[in-house]
Ligand binder design. Sequence first.
Ligand SMILES: [Zn+2]
Ligand SMILES: [Zn+2]
Length: 104
Amino acid sequence: MYCPHCGRTLVESGGKFFCYPGQACFAGGVAAALRERFPAPRPAAPEFEVGCRPDEWWCPGCGVPLGEGSACSVCGGTIADLRVRLVELAPHRDENGSWAWGHS
Ligand SMILES: [Zn+2]
Ligand SMILES: [Zn+2]
């Protein structure tokens, strides 16, 4: 699974997903939704530079930046309806180390 905030590979432990660089933890319903929608993550595409940037989301299954509406052009998966929960329940630090509240 890839971090929807920054595209880095998540570490799974105890039913939760962790993004250590972003200090984010995906647990409970958010983790379950990610696992259900993206059950078989693909190898990450190397051509994208990962990072937490404003207005950018990543496909948890493909590791590619998502386009308009947070839908993935590779697998068709979407996290559009999860974004509010992701920001509230799994806050993430941006590349400067501040909490990415502006990430929408
Ligand atoms: Zn991350
Ligand atoms: Zn995808």
